[in-house]
Ligand binder design. Sequence first.
Ligand SMILES: C[S@@+](CC[C@H](N)C(=O)[O-])C[C@H]1O[C@@H](n2cnc3c(N)ncnc32)[C@H](O)[C@@H]1O
Length: 260
Amino acid sequence: MTYTETDLVAAMEQLAAEHVGALSQPQLDGIDQFHAGGAEAVERLLPSLRLDPTTTVLDVGSGLGGPARQVARSSGCAVVGVDLTASYVDAATTLTEAAGLSEAVRFLVTDVADLQRRDFDAAFTIHVQMNVADKARFFAGIADHLRPGARLAIFDVCRTGTGEPNLPLPWSIEGTDSYLATPDELVAAVESSGFETVEWVDESAWVVDWFTELGARLVAAGTGATLPALLDDGPTRMINFAAAVSDGVLSVHRGAFERR
Ligand SMILES: C[S@@+](CC[C@H](N)C(=O)[O-])C[C@H]1O[C@@H](n2cnc3c(N)ncnc32)[C@H](O)[C@@H]1O
């Protein structure tokens, strides 16, 4: 099983030897962005979402909440994050309180299908669908909660068909919860769920460069509180992911879609 870590904020504070509220933004970026490309990847997604302070955005699979807080800080919008892992939602909520963003950003432990609200102005999902076998159902669940014309942005991992990545990976320790699609299969699943493609960009080369600089960036941040240190078998999971993208076994794509 993956995502079994608990008491994450206590673990962060132990690694950092200080209160999470004392960590700088670059230090937080190194621990609460659970995907390739970190805060820079979220920056690349933002323009396609067309956000402003009047909009409310849905983040599906919000993890530790780094992307949701970044989106709220950048655009002034409200964000609702949903995730199936209760301990991650607890950590996301505590980190959001520490950042003074609780008015704008909140997190719920729920399947997106069970959310009441159905008129979100936009949605994003980052590195989540790799854990989902029925991708058409997953994206239809997101479409059901968006108003017509709303944008969906994704930053996601695909298999290229040239081999299998080594385990463990950030989203799967044993492989039993990993469901990788090819880029064409992923776009087809999104389009079949009520979306038109606006943009579909292969970001793999950029991600390889980002991974190459990651070690130096984490050292420069000057804290022991890093995502690889926080996760079970974290360093091996990150190294295997970086190697698979570098070797062309996995690709990372950025997509923008519009709700029909
Ligand atoms: C690799 S983490 C990415 C977290 C976050 N999106 C980020 O980029 O920082 C994957 C997250 O997806 C969540 N997840 C997996 N399947 C899910 C589903 N069907 N619905 C909602 N969340 C899911 C996991 O609990 C985990 O928090």
